[in-house]
Ligand binder design. Sequence first.
Ligand code: COA
Length: 471
Amino acid sequence: MTWNEIYQSRLVTAEEAIKAIRDGDKIVTGFACGEPFGIERALVEHYRDYKNVQIINMLTLGDSPWCEPHMKGHFTLNCLFASQSNRKAISTGICEFTTSHFYEIPDVIKNYICPRVSIVMVSPPDKHGYVSFGTTVDYTRGTTDYCEIVIAQVNKYMPRTFGNSIKHVRDFTYFVEIDEPLPEVKSLEITQIEMQIGKNCAKLIHDGDCLQLGIGGIPNAICAQLWNKKDLGIHSELVGDGVVDLLEAGIINNKKKQTNNGRTILGAAFGSKKLNDYIHDNPSVELHPIDYVNNPIEIAKNDNMVSINSCLQVDLLGQVVSDTVGLNQFSAVGGQVDFVRGATMSRGGRSIIAMPSTAKKGLISRIVPLIAEGSAVTTPRNDVNFVVTEYGIAQLKGRTLKERAKALILISHPRFRPYLMLEYRKRFNEEVFSSEELKTQLSDIKEQIENTVGDIKEKLLDDLKCLLSAN
Ligand code: COA
């Protein structure tokens, strides 16, 4: 049969394709911009026809219909990266959550979760009969090698990407043609605080470095600060829109990379139409499976690798919490540790954890004496080197416990410094700053506290009084 005859013989409606699913099945689906919503909608509509089916998905940018009460006994969601639509369901036990470093996820899904069915989204076939996994290669492409049933939503909006991102039509059981725009991750306006964090991070980025940029508001702020650099490279599990202008301007040109020279390497694209248009049919951008892209050994093959990721909390020892808030799962480790370790092993490499100094509209400090009860450490203190906030850079590797704590206090929000200094004293039985150093801190602290409104002001003033009376 020609590839076109194979394709036509397997072309069905979503309703016909999902008849291949049995009670008790585990179904792995493509994620983020590559989630096959067209076929999922058919499953949701026909939910009564199925019992005890588990959906395995890394991260959804849409709803999580599987967590609705009426789905009980029919479908459950097992996700590997919590999102807005399923955080609550995870904390109430309705949604399952599996934790794993991203580079291990292809192995974890294949050999430990063992799904029988894969549902993915791909581009239409090219003239040779190859479809592209476009934005979402990561663990998704590999599922077609081991799942018994592979159903593809064929979507003309899915970009065709280069790298290890294609499969022949013969590798699929069914095709369902549904054209719909991909879900987008739109860039929010960069805040002043993020801009300052971007500036501080840019001080640690040099010409010729190879970058990994994480997710959230900070990566775009960093990109905005890179216009005076040259010959940068990208080897990253994903990127958002922020890199497109730098790529087009040749600031990122991947010229100095030891592996994949001249190519931007990604596991997934995580942006809007702007990014998808850029990666479409663009031989300078390659998407590869995540067990290659995020493998710390592969990452480290590039010299001067710089990883930049964000977090929710850092304690005074330098332990980094990025994916839980107390007992609640907020996101996942993703590739944070993969890249922190890869960058550390790279010759000339650096790992950066960048975050605003406060959260909850400035009401709480992200730098804390102890991580919140129930939180999980995402990146252990022995892996962490640079921590950056809008107040500066703390360098932790090779530092004693006291030096680490002091460096972190110096980049905390001045309002919370009295509290952190008191906690330092409790832990180490000495003052963190000499009286000279304290004097230089005080005016800044007082001004910040005076500018604070609400109940928190009283608490901050108490901490300050307590600190001053002890000195
Ligand atoms: N305690 C309580 N709430 C906190 C908090 C803390 N210590 N820190 C942050 N929050 C709140 C924020 O206030 C915000 O809530 P709000 O919008 O109601 O104010 C929310 O949590 C999100 O925080 P924010 O810092 O804005 O998140 P972000 O979108 O910038 O993402 C991470 C930051 C850390 C969640 C994200 O980068 C992540 O999940 N990282 C782990 C995975 C990873 O690094 N992968 C590698 C690269 S993809």
